[in-house]
Design a protein around this ligand. Sequence first.
Ligand SMILES: Cc1cc2nc3c(=O)[nH]c(=O)nc-3n(C[C@H](O)[C@H](O)[C@H](O)COP(=O)(O)OP(=O)(O)OC[C@H]3O[C@@H](n4cnc5c(N)ncnc54)[C@H](O)[C@@H]3O)c2cc1C
Length: 401
Amino acid sequence: MLEISERGREYQERLNAFMDEFVYPAEPVYAEQMAAAASPHTQPQILEDLKAEAKKQGLWNLFHPHPEWGPGLTNLEYAPLAEITGRSLEIAPEAINCNAPDTGNMEVFTVFGTDEHKEKYLGPLLEGEIASAFAMTEPAVASSDATNVEMSMERTDDGFVLNGRKWFASNAMHPNCRVLIVMGKTDPTAEVHRQQSMLVVPIDAAGVTVVRNLPVYGYADREGHAEIIFENVLVPFKDILKGEGEGFAISQARLGPGRIHHCMRAIGAAERALELMVKRAESRVTFGEKLSNRANIQDWIAESRIEIDQARLLTLHAAYMMDKYGNKVAKNEIAEIKVVAPTMALKVIDRAVQVHGGGGVTEDFPLARMWAHMRTLRLADGPDEVHKRSIARNEIRKYRG
Ligand SMILES: Cc1cc2nc3c(=O)[nH]c(=O)nc-3n(C[C@H](O)[C@H](O)[C@H](O)COP(=O)(O)OP(=O)(O)OC[C@H]3O[C@@H](n4cnc5c(N)ncnc54)[C@H](O)[C@@H]3O)c2cc1C
């Protein structure tokens, strides 16, 4: 059932070769270029070089399910590829144009965008020429319940007028970010899931102010997580996606595939952490014995292998369900892995940090940053508790009279 096709395996081989030849050797160069940059929100040349190489090799837009825009891989074929890129989280996903949130936004433009949106935004996004952000979460309300979102999108004779404040718009600090997909309320009096709409807003539209970046555990991520104020931003009627009242439905459609991609990358990050843990344990000696000979450390290594393999199977199963029955039917499986994969990765990374001793919490090794990133995945695209709520409700429904 979970067998990967020949085409999928061939892409794995090619992507692994690309990682070995180009991405891993680029990691120190990337670190050097980032350290030399005046701002953390920069686009280092090495990344552009990698993008050009990936494009040349046809390792580009691998996520895109529609054959006219990418290779048209199934979720089951794409899962191991996203996992491979998770081994070098800061570089590899963007190098092959498969980084969040651009992937989700590209899917939204593909399915719900007008011809003009496709020409102006989807085309350049697919080429990796521009970046985009998705602005739903608001500081003033508990946004894990998206019906709480308050931004007003008032209909006037000239278009919608936006007022409100968003935060955590990932990618909005990226120097190439040109466009925001914004969720707000066009009709606060409508049925609760029909109040929201999504509008396409250029980041340089009059009245849009990017106030600040929100660092994550002190790390200023290159793409940034921005707080943005919207003051009387006029958006033409033509820039609504799908129609008034469709915002909630679009956000559900958008987040399904995005969630599974995050989980696949989390598995790759855990694999990299396990590799680092084992190599370190093999190379360090205390009290006359290699760390790798200690029973507790072998236990951590074994537990990590078991937990990674469990999470991978669950993720592949979710991918299979999405391919076979669609994202809606697979929503329970997607919720399960969204809880399992980041928590698993955090456990493995934490053990790897411990085996590295003091070095593990520094930036001399990738583990500390990896941990900070993975910790955010227990919140981003829905906190664990919200996914568990859906899983539990589904389970309870089976037995409720
Ligand atoms: C690094 C990062 C990147 C992000 N990127 C984006 C982005 O690009 N665009 C965007 O719009 N948003 C983004 N987010 C925001 C993210 O989606 C929200 O933080 C998340 O949905 C939770 O909303 P909230 O922060 O308002 O928490 P709240 O809604 O205030 O919830 C707080 C906590 O309450 C608990 N909780 C909630 N519901 C329940 C329940 N039913 N039962 C029990 N406990 C519950 C959970 O523990 C939850 O963490 C990002 C967040 C982070 C950290």
